[in-house]
Design a protein. Structure first.
Length: 330
């Protein structure tokens, strides 16, 4: 059965787009909204003087059979490529090679390519922050931060991080309560670009006992700009929480220092640097919810926080929300 009006989806991260694709494929009309200027959310890439940078998700793994299959399709279409970095581990002050057999994927030529391709020609309003989701007699309407209303919609799918979802789920207090119970932790991300390549073999490094928890060499990813030797450094959740309001220049200085200590070669001042704070980077724990649904009301929520807090979890949650919604339409 087709819904009586389009289905609104708030959020064009991978969860919202996974839901949108599944609903569209089932013959439903969807309308997407995002507060940002483009799609991707935490899989977005930032354009900079040092080329496009993946400041959020660095790579992803595929373990669930359904996700493995879809990633293979994305690979065949050229949206993703395998990343085989020379991996290291930094622990107890020591840097050591840490190779493994895990298959890791990245968007090609940048992380945002995936959601850009998934969005295709689906209708979307960007730069549109939804502040309220309310139900009239038969249909749903949305209000944005500019005071404009959008609708009518038959159903609403909220595909934002949990703290942003709980406010939008007010019409379904049980769902709002579940979303409000999910704590999400921040991550400070810093990009450091060097004019001459650093003399190290490291291309990715899992870090412990440091303000940093992850380091990646951008040029080692397939299809990336090689103008400069650009690194993305992620602070740990604990350090990010402790330094949440630190000015960006100071964050760059601290993480540049910590990076120089662990990387094991001379590190000059960067030719270019930037910092980005992800306030809701990852859920503090994982859940087995799949997606949240109040099917009688027609209000739904999905996102990485409903499952594993990873790209795969977000995609699976989007599939689950679409399945739940379509089941109720039959
Ligand atoms: P999001 O990507 O957050 O999408 C939500 C969207 O909703 C956003 O586009 C946002 O703009 C929009 N939105 C929010 N509120 C509103 C509103 N009121 N109105 C309109 N739009 C709104 N995962 C991995 O698998 N591997 C990794 O290596 C990895 N590294 C990471 C590193 C960092 C620093 C971060 C931040 C995340 C990382 N992740 C990683 C996690 C991964 O990025 C997420 O699990 C996944 O991208 C979440 O997708 P999502 O669609 O659930 O949410
Ligand atoms: P994965 O299997 O590569 O990594 C999972 C974890 O296993 C790593 O965090 C690391 O601790 C360990 N590990 C894996 N390979 C290793 C190796 N060769 N040497 C040493 N340790 C190794 O990928 P998966 O399971 O898909 O996880 C996604 C990654 O995304 C994780 O690293 C996670 O920390 C990161 N992430 C970061 C977020 C942030 O906000 N910074 C948010 C969500 C995920």
């Amino acid at each position: 059965m087709t819904a009586t009006a389009p289905i609104a989806i708030i959020g064009t991260g991978i969860a919202g787009l996974s839901a949108a694709q599944a609903l569209h494929a089932a013959g439903q009309q969807v309308q997407l909204f995002d507060k940002s200027r483009g799609s991707g959310g935490r899989m977005a890439s930032k354009r900079s003087d040092a080329g496009a940078l993946d400041l959020g998700a660095q790579y992803f793994t595929a373990r669930d059979r359904r996700f493995v299959e879809v990633v293979q399709q994305w690979q065949a279409r050229g949206w993703v490529a395998e990343w085989t970095p020379s991996l290291y581990h930094f622990k107890d002050g020591r840097l050591s090679a840490s190779p493994d057999e895990q298959v890791r994927w990245v968007g090609s030529p940048r992380m945002s390519a995936i959601t850009r391709a998934m969005l295709g020609a689906l209708p979307v309003h960007f730069s549109c922050r939804i502040t309220e989701v309310f139900r009239g007699e038969q249909h749903w309407s949305l209000q944005d931060a500019e005071g404009q209303s959008h609708g009518p919609f038959s159903h609403v799918v909220i595909a934002t991080p949990a703290p942003q979802a709980s406010a939008l789920l007010a019409a379904a207090p049980k769902l709002a309560g579940a979303a409000a119970s999910v704590a999400m932790e921040p991550t400070w991300a810093v990009a450091l670009a060097f004019a001459a390549p650093l003399e190290t073999k490291v291309e990715g490094c899992f870090v412990q006992d440091s303000p940093i928890d992850w380091v990646a060499r951008n040029r080692s990813k397939p299809g990336r700009d090689r103008l400069m030797d650009t690194w993305v450094v992620h602070a740990s959740s604990a350090w990010s929480k402790q330094h949440l309001d630190m000015p960006k220049e100071a964050v760059i200085e601290h993480l540049h220092g910590a990076f120089a200590e662990l990387i094991g070669c001379a590190v000059p001042a960067p030719a270019f640097s930037l910092a980005h704070r992800w306030l809701y980077a990852r859920p503090a724990s994982s859940h087995q919810w799949g997606a949240l649904a109040d099917a009688d009301l027609g209000l739904y929520a999905c996102g990485d926080w409903c499952l594993s807090g990873r790209v795969e979890g977000a995609w699976l949650s989007g599939q689950d929300v679409a399945r739940k919604l379509l089941e109720h339409l039959q």
